[in-house]
Design a binder for this molecule. Structure first.
Ligand SMILES: CC(C)(COP(=O)(O)OP(=O)(O)OC[C@H]1O[C@@H](n2cnc3c(N)ncnc32)[C@H](O)[C@@H]1OP(=O)(O)O)[C@@H](O)C(=O)NCCC(=O)NCCS
Length: 144
């Protein structure tokens, strides 16, 4: 499979991939438009045969950055795309001077927790009953 990673630009396509997954941020189309326009936000897409099948979003400044959203379309999971997006974003943030990257993940989200664990993220804190389904949020971080 030929995966191409490039900056994503089309809010409606990002919106559709985001909406198709559980546990992603489920931003509205307007949220996507503001994210794409935000000066400190980066939205990377994974393209297979020219079609966007996944994305990762980061935001930050100075040496502190955050992964704000990540998803791979259901038909394309378990093919290494999530790991490729994460590695690409971390490399870019390191080049920008990031010292630490943080993110928030539900304790109920086993696939994402396994992905971050394999990427050497560590738990920095927990927000009890943070999500609508009653699950806790883990704050994970990685030093770059
Ligand atoms: C989390 C997510 C982005 C992973 O994307 P992906 O392309 O399937 O991930 P990869 O194929 O690169 O897998 C990388 C690692 O993640 C873990 N993983 C991915 N899917 C998994 C699953 N269903 N169960 C257990 N571990 C899983 C594994 O450790 C895997 O490594 P391995 O294949 O060598 O075992 C995807 O499942 C997704 O979009 N989930 C919904 C949105 C979401 O949870 N976003 C993160 C919010 S914090």
């Amino acid at each position: 499979m030929n995966i191409r990673l490039a900056l994503a630009t089309e809010s409606i396509i990002l919106f559709n991939v985001d909406r198709a997954q559980t546990f992603s941020a489920h931003w509205s189309e307007m949220d996507w438009q503001s994210e794409l326009a935000h000066p400190s936000a980066r939205v990377w897409g994974a393209f297979v045969n020219g079609k966007l099948v996944g994305f990762i979003c980061t935001r930050g400044a100075a040496d502190q950055y955050e992964i704000t959203n990540l998803a791979v379309e259901p038909g394309h999971t378990r093919q290494g795309i999530g790991r490729a997006l994460l590695a690409h974003a971390l490399e870019e943030l390191k080049a920008l001077g990031a010292g630490q990257v943080t993110l928030e993940v539900s304790t109920a989200n086993e696939p994402a927790r396994a992905l971050y664990q394999s990427g050497q993220f560590v738990t920095l804190g927990m927000r009890k009953k943070f999500y609508k389904d009653g699950s806790d949020a883990l704050i994970l971080g990685k030093k770059l």
